[in-house]
Design a protein around this ligand. Structure first.
Ligand code: SF4
Ligand code: SF4
Length: 383
């Protein structure tokens, strides 16, 4: 396993992080399958993975209550003496913060669930414009300072899917140690994107990447055009390995989080992490990567830049997300995974079928896109 320094903390973190959002599930009770999840974690730790990423909400039935992921990890590390050798990263459910006391209440509850005295990396989960200003007003930064002073957390961070402007604002507001952003070779220009990656790195903030495989798409759904390009590579790699190697090629990225719920994937990812050195892709490989990006993008249905200028939709539709799913479906022959993600990740009111066709968004769209027409397409695609 290779390790990189998490920003200015000096902590050496494995370049592959163990994501605990999609652990194996026991079909009888829908809880984390302790036996299978423990075997995966045992193997991960034996192989040198030392960054474990979870959140209050992971493996919950809804976003309003704590899920089973932290509880499982608490039980696991009570049995397993490796707790002191790993970096445990968990996240405060930002969207549930209503009053000042909530910060401490959630942290105390999380420490209990994780059966630990301290959390190594404590992140504000899914910082968005609305919850960020609310948390700032309620004194979240003072709360983080005092949690560090009390020894309950060691380092701070935040995760975000919002736009680059908010990302920069949040970065500038505090002496963060890390951030978690969505990044992969098709998402260089959405959300924080490459600009955010470089912005954070310049400030010596460690970067964990989520969605390295774009929800599994870059591993499981390779269009034939892309397969043909990869065949030209001097070293043959699986699609997932190309996606990981692309990320590790960036010196700015500290660790790549992957929710590995099958031993086969874990073993493969650990194997390819052995060669995940920064700037290790050759010129020829980088050129092929550019061709692959182009091949995917040629299939794109709508050139939405995810700038968010059209938002909020008065009827609650999450326009950029609906368009992103439409694009993902257009790129693949089998869009069943995209269909699942669309229905799992979007709330009912955010889906394209809630579009009333008022046209307000089209007046605001920076790319002059026919959004109403695309919403009709998305409605049909994901019905
Ligand atoms: S046209 Fe549809 S998506 Fe656009 S603002 Fe109106 S309701 Fe929202
Ligand atoms: S304004 Fe246009 S380009 Fe920007 S997010 Fe909305 S639909 Fe996409």
């Amino acid at each position: 396993m290779l390790y990189r320094q998490m920003g200015k903390t000096g902590e050496m973190v494995s370049i592959l992080g163990f994501g605990c959002m999609r652990l194996p599930i026991d079909s009888k009770n829908q809880h984390v399958d302790r036996k299978r999840a423990s075997s995966l974690l045992d193997y991960a730790l034996e192989s040198g993975i030392n960054f474990i990423d979870t959140a209050y909400s992971y493996h919950g039935t809804n976003l309003q209550e704590g899920g089973d992921s932290e509880v499982f990890l608490g039980e696991y590390f009570q049995e397993n003496t490796a707790r002191k050798d790993v970096y445990l990263c968990t996240k405060l459910p930002s969207w549930l913060i209503e009053k000042k006391g909530d910060f401490d209440n959630f942290l105390e509850e999380q420490l209990k669930r994780l059966k630990t005295d301290y959390i190594d990396f404590y992140l504000l989960h899914n910082v968005k414009e609305r919850n960020w200003s609310k948390m700032e007003d309620l004194g979240v930064l003072d709360f983080l300072d005092s949690a560090i002073a009390d020894g309950k957390i060691k380092y701070t961070g935040f995760s975000s899917h919002d736009n680059i402007d908010l990302f920069k604002d949040v970065i500038e507001s505090y002496n963060w140690n890390m951030c978690t952003i969505q990044y992969n070779y098709l998402d260089e220009n959405i959300q924080a994107g490459r600009e955010g990656l470089e912005y954070a790195a310049k400030r010596e903030i460690g970067i964990a990447v989520m969605e390295p495989l774009k929800g599994g798409i870059l591993a499981s759904y390779t269009p034939p055009e892309v397969t043909e390009i990869w065949k030209k590579a001097p070293i043959q790699r699986k699609a997932a390995e190309w996606a990981f190697r692309y990320l590790w090629n960036h010196p700015e990225i500290t660790t790549v989080l992957s929710g590995m719920n099958e031993m086969k994937h874990l073993v493969e990812n650990i194997f390819c992490a052995e060669d995940g050195h920064p700037q290790s892709l050759t010129t020829e490989e980088n050129e092929l990567m550019e061709q692959v990006k182009k091949a995917y993008k040629d299939k794109i249905e709508v050139e939405c830049s995810a700038c968010d200028y059209c938002m909020p939709c008065p009827n609650g539709v999450n326009i950029p997300q609906c368009l992103s799913y439409l694009n993902q479906a257009a790129m693949l022959h089998d869009a069943s995974n995209v269909y699942m993600q669309y229905h799992y990740n979007l709330k009912d009111e955010e889906k394209a079928d809630k579009c009333l066709g008022c046209g307000l968004c089209e007046e605001l769209c920076s790319q002059k896109l026919p959004i109403r027409e695309k919403m009709k397409m998305a409605k049909k695609e994901f019905r």
